[in-house]
Design a protein around this ligand. Structure first.
Ligand code: V55
Ligand code: FE
Length: 492
């Protein structure tokens, strides 16, 4: 069949679907990848198998593919496969799209009523020796990290009751515990949130449900050494609207932002709700940590915050117009005084606008100095179609969060960078490495770049050439070789 994709940025330019499963070995490397870099860089990539039958569709509804760079110094292999979700297999069988609008089962072909709709396209997560592909609207899928075969839906051997699992988890680097949640845990448009902990071996040790103030698009959260914070922004679901075939999400500029805080090992009954300004939105938190300052007890959460929702399809459904200025998500530090939560939080701007923030895995949940993220700098050039919002990131940033200072690597008007991952170094006092796929628009080609995390201004120390363009990813994950080996010994 000749596939006709909709005429929107979600399907044009670098976002044009590819849908090819392939692998290639020993790719050409320009420069030198340090020998100590040994492991796998996994990437989640939305790529629709079939053109939608609905009027409009969004990039983030694309079927999940798992990409993997296997890196042993200068030897790099690449492979990419579809996640064989129930949805992907159902459509493959009929050779056409059967699922309708983003997160609206009432727009589906009646033949797939009750079939799990998630496309598992958002984050590859490694925990307890297993690889999961996640999307916030459904269960995770387990994938074999070696063959990239889909093993199946993951529910902690039947223990997890939540119908959904977030794509953003927090792993405590000391305990190895994974903190996560599921929203709409009890079903479509419910206010149920399940707050969960899995121990370092991947056993579910806690699942507690609570009610959010409204059914919000709860994409990410923060865990500190003592607390857990759930940021609730007013992009809200409504069951009647969904049943009528309307949008799952509408942004409400006049509804307050809330942050729920409780002790991380506490009971959900201890949750305190802190009210903030109306109409804010943020998808990603960089990190959070506790501070004992002269007699008071502070909790900090660092996040890229905007005045409205970043997704054009959500703003359209909300009747919200946004100026370019309102679409700039500065890196903010929200500080909570645990002895006086009634006064709300204070906000300090600590970095330029951007998104897709990362830290070293060992810096999570505790005081830290350095973070990395991507930004679109309008001074470099006009927006170029790339990824979920239709304007690629043209700059990589490294930020000293304490000092509010940053360094930038501008990539020029012809390049877009995907989310970087951090790779730790074995060398004492070394900040480690960053790896990211960098896409060039004029040649429609993709490369994997390696950088020194502590010196991004130097540019790439190695560039891996890909024989074909890659579709822009959502999130990635680094798995050191010794963890892959251990998982293989344990039988995955
Ligand atoms: C996001 C991405 C999603 C999604 C919801 O980046 C939010 C935010 C790739 O899918 O379903
Ligand atoms: Fe995300």
């Amino acid at each position: 069949m000749i596939k006709k994709w909709p005429n929107s940025f979600d399907f044009q330019g670098f976002n044009e679907p590819i849908g090819v499963e392939w692998c290639d070995y020993n790719l050409d490397v320009e420069g030198n990848i340090p020998d100590e870099i040994q492991g796998a860089f996994f990437r989640a990539v939305p790529d629709p198998g079939f053109p939608p039958f609905i009027d409009k569709d969004t990039y983030i509804s694309g079927d999940g593919m798992i990409g993997r760079f296997l890196i042993h110094g200068n030897r790099v292999d690449f492979a990419i496969r579809y996640i064989e979700t129930d949805r992907y297999l159902a459509e493959k069988k009929e050779n056409k799209a059967l699922f309708g609008a983003y997160r609206n089962p009432y727009t589906d072909d009646p033949s797939v009523r009750g079939v799990e709709r998630t496309v598992a396209n958002t984050t590859p997560i490694w925990h307890g020796g297993r690889l999961f592909l996640t999307k916030e609207d459904g269960p995770a899928y387990e994938v074999d990290p070696i063959t990239l075969d889909t093993i199946g839906k993951w529910d902690y051997h039947g223990a997890l009751k939540s119908q959904t699992m977030t794509a953003h988890v927090r792993i405590d680097p000391d305990s190895g515990e994974m903190f996560f949640f599921g929203y709409e845990a009890g079903g479509l448009a419910t206010r149920d949130v399940a707050y969960c902990i899995a121990d370092k071996d991947g056993k579910l040790i806690s699942e507690q449900w609570f009610q959010a103030p409204y059914c919000a698009m709860l994409h990410d959260f923060v865990v500190t050494e003592n607390y857990v914070l759930f940021p609730i922004f007013p992009t809200i679901a409504d069951l009647d609207r969904i049943k009528a075939g309307g949008a799952h999400w509408v942004h409400h500029p006049d509804e307050p932002t809330w942050v729920g805080i409780m002790p991380r090992y506490g009971k959900v009954e201890e949750m305190k709700w802190v009210k903030g300004p109306n109409g804010l939105s943020a998808y990603h938190m960089m990190n959070g940590f506790d501070e004992k300052a002269s007699g008071s007890s502070l909790v900090h959460m660092d996040l890229n915050v905007m005045e409205t929702n970043i997704f054009p399809f959500i703003r359209e459904a909300s009747g919200v117009d946004a100026s370019p200025a309102e679409l700039r998500a500065s890196l903010c530090r929200w500080t909570f005084d645990m002895d006086d939560l009634d006064k709300g939080w204070t906000e300090t701007i600590i970095g330029p606008p951007g998104d897709m923030s990362r830290t070293a895995a060992t810096d999570q949940c505790r005081p830290y100095e350095i973070g990395y993220y991507a930004c679109y700098d309008p001074q470099i050039g006009p927006p170029v179609i790339h990824s979920v919002v239709g304007a690629g990131f043209n700059t990589l940033l490294r930020i000293h969060v304490g000092k509010g200072k940053h360094e930038a690597l501008p990539l020029g008007p012809d390049r877009s960078i995907n989310e970087p991952i951090h790779i730790p170094s074995r060398q004492e006092g070394h900040e480690g490495w960053l790896a990211a796929v960098v896409d060039t628009h004029s040649t429609m080609s993709s490369e994997l770049w390696f950088l020194e995390a502590g010196n991004i201004g130097k540019g790439a120390i190695a560039r891996v050439k890909l024989p074909f363009r890659l579709r822009p990813q959502i999130h990635g994950w680094w798995v050191p070789q010794e963890e892959l080996d251990r998982a293989a010994v344990l039988g995955g």
